[in-house]
Design a binder for this molecule. Structure first.
Ligand code: CA
Length: 237
């Protein structure tokens, strides 16, 4: 299993310019068998992420130089690591922007390092790929084709560039094309039963998924909202 150099352990990259806070988080993760590296600014974080391919990135919003939003945007061009964003303010807009550029979760400072570690553990434990839906043959919804085995989705033949989390969401929804899933069910299946954030995180990720599928939020073709209940896939053809 894990060697003395941390091989085999999940890897985290902590991007935080407050040195003692970064070290505190690293220590908590290390205690939980997660190998942690620290980057004190965004440019360095991107270099390190390219080199070490972390499984999860803990990303502070307020950084010297390029900010956490921009780091996340650039990170998403080459990495599908889980991203937890740290925001100093409880402002909803920061969280939403963070999620819109590809973060998977966020925590507001001050936060408990223990809770952060628990959330990272929950993310890393999430079932992946074919275990989520039922695998099997490609599923078609109009122009949208989802291949659960290859974990690929394409619209009219063009591959959609989805993060792990976005694909998982689409995989679960399309595994039962006629079923309506509640937000809670989607959270349980995609984020894991021990995830304890706001269920409306589902809405933000559906929004992003629709955008990547070229779907119109006002008249979506693929991921439909069922008022007061949750979401289901559009009518298959
Ligand atoms: Ca900071």
């Amino acid at each position: 299993m894990s060697g003395p150099d941390g091989a085999g352990k999940p890897r985290a990259l902590i991007v935080e310019d407050e040195e003692h806070l970064a070290q505190l988080v690293a220590d908590y993760l290390a205690r939980d068998q997660i190998a942690a590296e620290i980057a004190a600014d965004g440019e360095r974080a991107l270099e390190m992420a390219r080199a070490s391919r972390p499984d999860v990135v803990v990303l502070d919003l307020m950084l010297p130089g390029i900010d956490g939003i921009e780091v996340c945007r650039r990170l998403r061009t080459f990495s599908d690591a889980y991203v937890i964003m740290l925001t100093a303010r409880a402002e909803e807009t920061d969280k939403l922007i963070g999620l819109a550029v590809g973060a998977d979760d966020y925590m507001t400072k001050p936060f408990s390092p223990r809770e952060l570690t628990a959330r990272i553990r929950a993310m890393l434990r999430r079932p992946r790929g074919p275990q989520l839906g039922d695998g099997g043959p490609a599923r078609r919804f109009g122009d949208l084709v989802i291949d659960p085995e290859a974990r690929e989705a394409a619209v009219a033949g063009s591959p959609a560039d989805l993060t792990k989390l976005e694909f998982d969401l689409l995989d679960v929804l399309s595994s039962r094309p006629r079923a309506v899933f509640t937000r809670r069910q989607l959270v349980d299946r995609v984020w894991g039963q021990d995830w304890f954030g706001d269920e409306h995180i589902v809405d933000v990720h559906v929004m992003r998924l629709r955008r990547k599928l070229g779907d119109d939020a006002d008249r979506p073709r693929y991921v439909l909202a069922v008022r007061g209940v949750g979401y289901r896939m559009g009518p298959g053809t």
